[in-house]
Ligand binder design. Structure first.
Ligand SMILES: Cc1cc2nc3c(=O)[nH]c(=O)nc-3n(C[C@H](O)[C@H](O)[C@H](O)COP(=O)(O)OP(=O)(O)OC[C@H]3O[C@@H](n4cnc5c(N)ncnc54)[C@H](O)[C@@H]3O)c2cc1C
Ligand code: SF4
Length: 513
């Protein structure tokens, strides 16, 4: 019997630069599939499902154009058995493949599924690296072996040195410091008009019809005739170039800024393209450094360092934490929170202006930038005592870039502190003060940012103190928080009681806020 290999490509493994495709071998067939196990494991945003399927279809076309043999199973194909293992099993039996190969999945769930499937096969199997990330799955756990704290900054410095990124010949950080965040994070000036986001106009109406016919349940809205996200490598590279030319110069400065109607500001919106591997983190980092080197008169170093840190620091760090802590990570609930997400997380119909803006743009574009996710929607969910499972399900569904390895570590870890301090050293929470400092949302709000109690008092204010009061046992010993307990415990008793009563009222009427 001749050697015949079946190679599975997952929907987030669209890496045209992978060594698998360097030469054409008629004995190798690639299989890609649109399946219900993937459309249904979360209640995804319609733009997320369309984006994945469109990018997969483009990738399959590219493979065929390079003379590779490809089997592409569409969602509504009659032979589609709707799971990776069932489809691969059928193909192996039908076409008598002698070897099955796949690339390391990024999700624990799929990793388990394929490991079990491969173990049951009575043909040869092999697993390849995705050739996408800077670090291996276990690199972070190796670096922190025996340590109690897993500081991102330590990991980031390791990555900078190892990959010689922004380092000088003496192996010192360029310009004398590792981190220039002190120069970043300004509010948008009053009359500043940010750059318009580059939007594509992909016609994905055929895929939307397929999804409707198959009854796939989704959230959010889409103009499927003018789909705005990149769906192939060329578009991903175009978006990357657009960022370098138009956004890098203000990336760090306005990284944390928020403004009504401005949904992307100077952010790259490259997370989807990178997470499905249409482009690699190395390409993005090299492109930023090269653009900076040619345009130093326009771009300050802190803008570049801030951007590079997000990619070789945070993105790789979150992946390392995921593989170190899964599957236990997905059930951590440090504060024992049990509440449900308010209903308006699915509609945006709330009088809280900051929440309305962040949620509405998420429903419209499947996107919110980091500070909106962390300090608006995430902050509120944590202050309101929402169960981390509920919070995870929302984030995993609504964002176009949401894949569990980078979603859960950000949501359960960074945003909800449900891991008890693996990712962050303290919970990211704030009252209206921070939101007002970084945005102009408060001036157009029904609530009053400066009121803590009473009619129209901003809910963030009383919920903030209520959170500290409720979790005093768990948090008062944290050296980064002690100061807050000093303030809380010196507060006049009537003031404290009024705050807690106000918070209780808001929690009881949370769907009406
Ligand atoms: C609660 C919460 C949930 C999140 N869920 C996801 C998610 O599902 N998928 C996802 O890719 N990111 C997630 N993030 C991280 C971050 O918010 C997004 O990567 C970023 O907003 C994507 O937009 P961008 O491409 O314009 O990013 P930019 O601001 O332009 O940043 C550049 C790149 O840096 C990387 N990056 C920045 N911050 C992080 C981070 N904290 N973790 C990992 N990578 C980072 C991303 O790849 C991003 O594309 C989440 C953050 C929070 C607080
Ligand atoms: S007043 Fe409160 S609810 Fe309104 S925008 Fe400001 S922080 Fe948000």
């Amino acid at each position: 019997m001749s050697n015949k290999t079946l190679r599975l490509i997952l929907g987030d493994q669209l890496n045209t630069q992978h060594s698998w495709y360097a030469s054409v071998n008629p004995n190798i067939t690639y299989v890609m599939m649109e399946i219900r196990s993937e459309t249904d494991y979360a209640n995804h945003h319609i733009q997320k499902v369309l984006g994945f399927f469109a990018a997969m279809r483009h990738f399959a076309q590219w493979l065929a154009s390079q003379n590779h043999q490809v089997i592409y199973i569409r969602l509504n194909d009659v032979e589609n058995a709707q799971s990776f293992s069932a489809n691969c099993k059928n193909l192996i039996e039908e076409h008598h493949y002698t070897k099955f190969e796949y690339q390391l999945p990024d999700e624990w769930r799929v990793d388990q599924h394929l490991k079990e499937f491969a173990a049951e096969l009575n043909i040869e199997t092999a697993v390849a690296d995705t050739e996408h990330f800077y670090s291996t799955r276990t690199e972070l756990s190796d670096i922190f072996k025996g340590k109690k704290m897993y500081l991102m900054e330590t990991f980031y410095r390791h990555m900078r040195k190892k990959h010689f990124v922004l380092m000088d010949d003496q192996m010192q950080p360029l310009n004398g410091k590792w981190n220039f965040d002190g120069d970043n994070r300004e509010k948008l000036p009053r009359h500043h008009v940010p750059v318009r986001p580059l939007l594509f106009s992909n016609d994905l109406t055929d895929i939307e019809v397929d999804l409707k016919q198959e009854g796939v349940k989704t959230i959010g809205t889409v103009d499927s005739k003018n789909f705005i996200w990149p769906v192939n490598r060329l578009q991903a590279l175009t978006l990357m170039d657009y960022f370098m030319k138009n956004c890098l110069k203000f990336f760090g400065t306005f990284q944390d800024a928020m403004a009504p109607g401005e949904w992307s500001l100077y952010h790259s919106r490259l997370s989807f393209a990178m997470n499905v591997k249409m482009i690699s983190p190395d390409e993005v980092v090299k492109s930023a450094i090269s653009y900076y080197n040619k345009h130093q008169e326009q771009i300050a170093f802190h803008q570049l360092e801030g951007f590079v840190r997000q990619i070789i620091g945070w993105r790789e760090y979150m992946r390392g934490i995921y593989w170190m802590k899964m599957p236990d990570y997905s059930s951590m609930n440090y504060f024992g929170h049990t509440d449900k997400l308010p209903e308006w997380y699915w509609t945006g119909k709330t009088k809280m202006h900051c929440m309305k803006q962040a949620i509405t743009q998420s429903l419209d574009h499947a996107y919110a930038h980091h500070i909106q996710r962390l300090m608006v929607t995430g902050n509120f969910a944590l202050l309101a005592g929402v169960h981390p499972d509920e919070v995870d399900a929302w984030y995993l569904g609504i964002y176009i870039d949401a894949i569990e390895w980078v979603e859960i570590t950000n949501t359960r870890g960074m945003s909800q502190f449900a891991d008890g301090g693996i990712v962050g050293t303290k919970p990211y929470i704030s009252s209206a003060t921070y939101i007002n400092k970084m945005s102009s949302y408060c001036s157009g709000c029904y609530y009053d940012k400066s009121k803590k109690t009473g009619h129209k008092s901003c809910p963030f204010n009383s919920l903030y103190w209520n959170f500290y009061d409720r979790h005093e046992k768990l948090l008062s010993g944290n050296p980064r928080i002690g100061m807050m307990y000093h303030v809380l415990n010196r507060m006049p008793a009537e003031e404290r009681t009024a705050l807690l009563e106000q918070a209780q009222y808001y929690l009881e009427h949370i769907n009406e806020l």
